[in-house]
Design a protein around this ligand. Structure first.
Ligand code: FAD
Ligand code: UDP
Length: 394
């Protein structure tokens, strides 16, 4: 049995940020990751044609947190991106998220912001406190946009009706009366200039007290270590041996397609995009009502990599199963009740921190998880934490 100060399960954002902080403060830190790579779901790599792509679906970094941005900027330069996407339904591409252009496409006539606002006022179904995603979208955008863009996509993505999901799920998508068609709202929108994996490699290289074990399951490996403190970023129900039953997760299958410039010409896609270098007209195209996949991402639109080849990732939502990865917690009243039971178990283990999207069953973005990890480190080194009194390293 080896003694370590900190034993960490998972080499995603949560695990690696906490590992770097602990190691930088002189704590002997071991990170155990069951996959063969670092980065968790933010992992990116190059395909056989040298095109950088996001292996687990699009990872658009965005944040309003200065602390998070400054922290990660130690390990990466940034490529600023305005994430713009489109939706494909009813046989055509639509400007999305819903904005003045979308409304003009719907009505077939030009109009002003005021015209659209007035139309929305008549169409929407007011609901002062929407409690689910159906009420939310109907109250801000009305039934036509709900049916066209949200109902089918949400059912496909979650395997549930929008009315059986918290309002916060569809509230992630902005609805604007202006022509602003940015997908995200946050001030800072950028990708790590050389990819997430490179950013994490630099973070690990900066940490001499950090040891990484890949291809290793924490549940098996932990008996070989005696740790002062443990940080767990895997699924919380698995940690407790599914004692209260399995939490519902949503899983996915990713289908990756590498295309050479010759493939693009053969597929005659240049007619659609206007660029022979791209397969589709935007970074991401959502398919609310067609096909079994929800979206196709062609990340080269965002990375701006100069190459004649390209890469597509299609996302097929799946129900969860013991042999499938849990990608999304499901934000809904019934799942919260079950998670509360696991949260109570977690509270009875003060020498373990449960951190990140899977361990707290929260639909968090990368910046939120990074902020959570930094905050957890503050707590661990606070006067009442297990590492109180550690010399502060910037
Ligand atoms: P993870 O990245 O899931 O890392 C947890 C790690 O723990 C994994 O590597 C896993 O293999 C490992 N692990 C689990 N159990 C064990 C075990 N028993 N032993 C050893 N290792 C274990 N966020 C954004 O900000 N922008 C986006 O555009 C965005 N898009 C997304 C798209 C998709 C399809 C998905 C699924 C997520 C997206 N996210 C996005 C969310 C983002 O992936 C998460 O916020 C972030 O990756 C969470 O980091 P984490 O470390 O908590 O979890
Ligand atoms: N959504 C939708 N139609 C779309 C895009 C999103 O109905 O074209 C809903 C859907 O329920 C989705 C949620 O909004 O799960 C959040 O979308 P986002 O793109 O933020 O999802 P993520 O990138 O986290 O998968």
């Amino acid at each position: 049995m080896e003694h370590v100060d900190v034993l960490i399960a998972g080499a995603g954002f949560s695990g690696l940020v906490l590992a770097e902080r602990c190691a930088a403060h002189g704590l002997k830190t071991v990170v155990i990751e069951k996959r063969h790579h670092i980065g968790g779901n933010a992992f990116d790599r190059t395909d056989s044609n040298g095109v950088l792509y996001h292996a687990y679906g699009p990872h658009y970094f965005r944040t309003n947190s200065r602390r998070v941005r400054e922290y990660l900027s130690r390990f990466t330069e940034w490529q600023h991106v305005t994430y713009r996407i489109q939706s494909w339904t009813h046989g055509r591409y639509w400007s999305f998220p819903v904005n003045l252009t979308t409304w003009e496409q719907l009505t077939g006539r030009q109009g002003s912001e005021a015209d659209f606002a007035q139309w929305l006022e008549q169409s929407r179904i007011p609901c002062p406190n929407p409690t689910n995603s159906e009420e939310f979208i109907l109250s801000v955008a009305g039934p036509e946009f709900y049916e066209r863009f949200f109902h089918g996509y949400t059912r496909k993505q979650w395997g549930r009706e929008p009315r059986d999901l918290d309002a916060s799920v569809c509230a992630r998508i902005p609805i604007r009366t202006s022509r602003d068609d940015r997908y995200l709202r946050e001030d800072f929108q950028a990708l790590p200039a050389h990819g997430y994996t490179r950013m994490f490699e630099r973070l690990i290289d900066a940490s001499p007290n950090l040891r990484l074990l890949l291809d290793t399951d924490f549940m098996d490996a932990r008996r070989h270590f005696h740790a002062t403190h443990t940080i767990y970023s895997g699924p919380i129900d698995a940690y407790f041996g599914f004692r209260h039953g399995r939490l519902p997760w949503r899983s996915l299958r990713f289908e990756t397609e590498s295309l050479t410039s010759a493939d693009l010409i053969a597929a005659n896609r240049s007619h659609i995009s206007g660029h022979t270098d791209f397969w589709q007209p935007a970074l991401q195209v959502n398919y609310p009502n067609d096909f079994d996949f929800t979206r196709i991402v062609e990340i080269k639109h965002a990375t701006a990599q100069q190459t004649p080849h390209t890469n597509l990732v299609r996302e097929f939502p799946l129900a969860d199963a013991p042999d499938r990865e849990p990608y999304y917690p499901i934000p809904a009243p019934d799942t919260k009740a079950l998670y509360a039971q696991y949260k109570a178990l977690a509270a009875s283990e003060p020498s373990v921190s449960f951190c990140g999207r899977l361990a707290t069953y929260q639909y968090y973005n990368m910046d939120q998880v990074t902020g959570m990890a930094l905050h957890e480190f503050d707590r661990l080194t606070s006067p009442t934490g297990p590492f109180a009194g550690l010399v502060t390293v910037p």
